[in-house]
Design a protein around this ligand. Structure first.
Ligand code: NIG
Ligand code: FE
Length: 419
């Protein structure tokens, strides 16, 4: 089937020679076509261009059985956001901690009181697979209507072999059921559970000897993650876990430099060729240096920094140093209870002083790279999967990050199907 969008006010993030990711000064460039058309065949993007060529191009399709044409006058089309860092399989919520936060307690203080990840773990262990699936499905639907077309989802609230596998099986079901592209990330090393209090090395042994082999046997994960930071896991723990995961073909992604600038999370990620290192609220020159010339995508999580009142990642310095930057939501019950990538776009601009073009690159092609889907998603390019959204009528590209707070997505297409 052929579907076409015509009279597109602006077709955003088009590529004729698709890139894997965009770095440094290149991030300020976004190729857009004014007054454009876009043609989709089945689930793929087939052609796009200026309206002046539309009638001519459509002649090629005269013999097609089924053609649907959509007039989108006044509206823009973006490639769907890719959200390369979320924890959307969780039970319950943590608004009681929110009150502690308002009173001034830090993320670490809340965790030390038994709140935080261990609180979510208790709730998750007592939830059935069906309950978790239903809650996560609702979150997936919610982000779909806000423009997200691909999402990475982590385990990490189980913290026992059984419950980590339960989480990953829920993610596998979501993969089967949802039109979004989903990648699964095994984050057994999210926190040391209470049963292992004071003996973290034994918990790391459990992850290595029991969890990873089972996760791999059932092919439940695409990536392996560690919360490598003060109060959670050391660089040594991280190395042991990553080496075990890599043996089974799991590429690392790291929670790095959220709490401690000198912990070494970025460096250990780079050493093991992590696909991304995420958070980066506390990092400086050595980390920027360590990332130069590597295949690791520095990923900033503006929602977590906002919600947990953390310092801001040095995005301008990173871009000025020639690094790529990705922006993801970190949707989770503790530090970012929202997966709204439009809000992430806005925060990228105003809080991190990214230009709108940089923020669009950071939420599309660079996040696609950070979850390994840059060849199929993350831009409007011939042959890529037709995951895109049509905005409400908006005056300019800049209006997208500027007018934060309401959903500006009007129509969603995933895999060539209108949702
Ligand atoms: O990315 N920092 C570690 N993990 C999550 C938070 C998890 C939680 O508090 O539930 C994050 O912010
Ligand atoms: Fe996270």
């Amino acid at each position: 089937m052929i579907q076409t969008f015509y009279n597109i006010k602006l077709l955003v993030q088009t590529e004729t020679q698709p890139k894997e990711r965009v770095c440094g000064a290149e991030m300020a460039t976004l190729n857009n076509i004014e007054n454009a058309f876009l043609i989709v065949r089945n689930d793929k993007i087939e052609a796009f261009g200026n309206m002046s060529d539309y009638q001519k191009v459509m002649k090629r399709y005269e013999t097609e059985d089924e053609i649907k044409e959509y007039d989108v006058t006044g509206r823009m089309i973006f490639p769907s956001f890719c959200d390369s860092h979320t924890h959307i399989v969780y039970a319950g919520s943590r608004e009681i901690e929110y009150i502690d936060k308002i009173k001034g307690l830090s993320y670490e203080e809340i965790a030390q009181r038994g709140g935080g990840i261990l609180n979510s773990s208790k709730l998750l262990i007592n939830s059935s697979e069906e309950e978790l699936l239903e809650a996560a499905w609702n979150r997936l639907e919610e982000i779909k209507w806000m423009g997200t077309g691909a999402v990475e989802i982590k385990s990490g609230y189980g913290l026992t072999t059984e419950s980590e596998l339960k989480m990953l099986r829920v993610i596998r079901k979501l993969k089967e059921m949802s039109p979004l592209t989903i990648k699964a990330n095994f984050l057994g090393a999210h926190a040391v559970p209470l049963d292992y209090k004071g003996k973290p090395a034994e918990y790391v042994d459990l992850i290595i000897n029991e969890m990873i082999p089972q996760v791999a046997t059932e092919e439940l994960a695409d990536f392996i993650d560690v919360f490598c930071d003060r109060g959670f896991f050391t660089v040594e723990d991280t190395e042991r876990i990553l080496m075990a995961g890599i043996k089974y073909g799991l590429r690392p992604k790291i929670h790095a430099n959220e709490l401690d600038a000198h912990w070494g999370g970025v460096q250990v990620g780079v050493k093991y060729n992590a696909i991304s290192v995420d958070h980066l609220e506390s990092m400086g020159e050595p980390e920027i240096e360590a990332l130069k010339g590597t295949e690791t995508m520095p990923t900033v999580l503006p929602g977590a920094a906002f919600f947990a009142n953390l310092p801001l990642a040095p995005v301008r310095q990173m871009i000025d140093a020639g690094l790529p930057v990705a922006l993801a939501s970190d949707y989770n019950p503790g530090t970012s209870p929202s997966g709204n990538m439009q809000l992430i776009l806005s925060m990228g601009c105003i809080r991190y002083r990214m230009m709108p073009e940089e923020a669009v690159n950071a939420t599309t092609i660079n996040t696609a790279y950070a979850m390994g889907v840059q060849q199929e998603l993350g831009s409007i390019a011939v042959g890529k999967i037709a995951n895109l959204f049509v905005t409400e009528p908006i005056p300019t590209l800049e209006f997208m990050p500027y007018a934060y707070g309401h959903n500006k997505v009007e129509v969603v297409m995933l895999n060539g199907e209108l949702q």
